[in-house]
Design a protein around this ligand. Structure first.
Ligand SMILES: [Zn+2]
Length: 140
């Protein structure tokens, strides 16, 4: 048997995109008890792949949203592209993080904007931080 796990993303504008996360297979003729279902490593791999795709998709959508100037509605130019790292419960995700030039109108913001710095300030998810605090309190 072969399988593949797909992630279907529907953007705010209604566009639907499907991304393949992982594939796997098991022998059909000689199935052993250890071949039934996912192993822990396979399950972690599925979650890590899903987290990576989801975080990048959310980051892309947020950056597209932030490119629109709130004053004049023009799209800001991308100054440069960097990467940003986000630590989550399902692994560390590296995402593309563009920086945006100020809008030509100069009204809404005269600074270079890094949209992902706004939503990934601590470079880890809040859930990851809460679990880390809980573990530290149990170890103390
Ligand atoms: Zn503007």
């Amino acid at each position: 048997m072969k399988w593949r796990v797909l992630l279907e993303l529907t953007e705010a504008n209604g566009n639907v995109e499907t991304r393949e996360l992982v594939t796997g297979h098991r022998p059909t003729s000689a199935i052993f008890p250890e071949d039934i279902g996912l192993t822990l490593a396979e399950g972690k791999s599925v979650l890590a792949a899903m987290q990576t795709e989801l975080v990048q998709a959310q980051a892309d959508e947020y950056c597209d949203h932030r490119r629109i100037c709130s004053h004049c509605g023009s799209r800001r130019a991308i100054k440069d592209g960097r990467t940003r790292q986000l630590t989550t419960l399902f692994g560390v995700v590296k995402v593309e993080a563009p920086r945006l030039n100020p809008c030509r109108c100069g009204v809404a913001s005269r600074r270079i904007v890094s949209p992902l710095a706004e939503i990934m300030r601590d470079r880890c998810t809040q859930e990851y931080e809460r679990i880390l605090v809980k573990i530290r309190s149990l170890a103390a």
